[in-house]
Structure formats: structure tokens, C-alpha cells
Design a protein around this ligand. Structure first.
Ligand code: ZN
Ligand code: ZN
Length: 99
């Protein structure tokens, strides 16, 4: 995937982000957590180091929900949009939005 600046955010605009660099580990996932988190049958993911992401919207960082012993899922507290996951072990943020 291409190195660059990727913008995205939630449905209501409260949470916005800017990710810089090269999206890592592009993959899809249809696990139970991904399906329940999104309401979709499959999610598309890319990953960035935590320090490569700036939360630029009024709402700052998304709210985290502890979803497993190694990761948290993030969402907007205002509109409920799913915004990705934060993995403890790698310190990576994973996003499944079209960035
Ligand atoms: Zn929102
Ligand atoms: Zn999954």
C-alpha cells in the first residue's frame, strides 16, 4: 500500500483522524468480534503505529471497549460508529474505515 496521509472518521464528525505512513498488514477478518463490533459480515483492516495517528476531531480520541485480553475496540460515543481497534501487544492502531 502507498505511503501517504490518510483521513477518516465517524459518521457524525465528532471523531476524526489523520494517519501518516504506510498502512501495514492489510487483511480482512470475519471473526465473531469483528462481526459483532460492526454489524457487517467482514471487516477490512490496515494497521498503523500508534504514534502515526493524530485524533483531529472535536471529540479527541474515540471511546475504547475492552474486547479481548490483547485488544480494545474503539467507537464514537456520540454516533456509535466503529473506528477500529487498539492492540496492546504491538501498540498498533488498526482501522477498518476506507482511509
Ligand atoms: Zn460520531
Ligand atoms: Zn476479527
Amino acid at each position: 500500500m502507498e505511503t501517504g496521509t490518510y483521513l477518516g472518521g465517524c459518521l457524525c464528525g465528532n471523531i476524526r483522524f489523520r494517519a501518516r505512513g504506510t498502512p501495514e498488514n492489510p487483511h480482512t477478518c470475519s471473526c465473531e468480534n469483528c462481526r459483532r463490533h460492526s454489524g457487517a459480515p467482514t471487516l477490512c483492516w490496515v494497521e498503523f503505529p500508534r504514534e502515526a495517528i493524530d485524533w483531529t476531531g472535536e471529540g479527541g480520541m474515540p471511546t475504547l471497549y475492552r474486547s479481548s485480553d490483547y485488544s480494545s475496540r474503539s467507537f464514537c460515543p456520540a454516533c456509535g460508529s466503529t473506528l477500529g481497534a487498539v492492540d496492546d501487544r504491538t501498540g498498533h492502531c488498526a482501522g477498518h474505515r476506507q482511509l
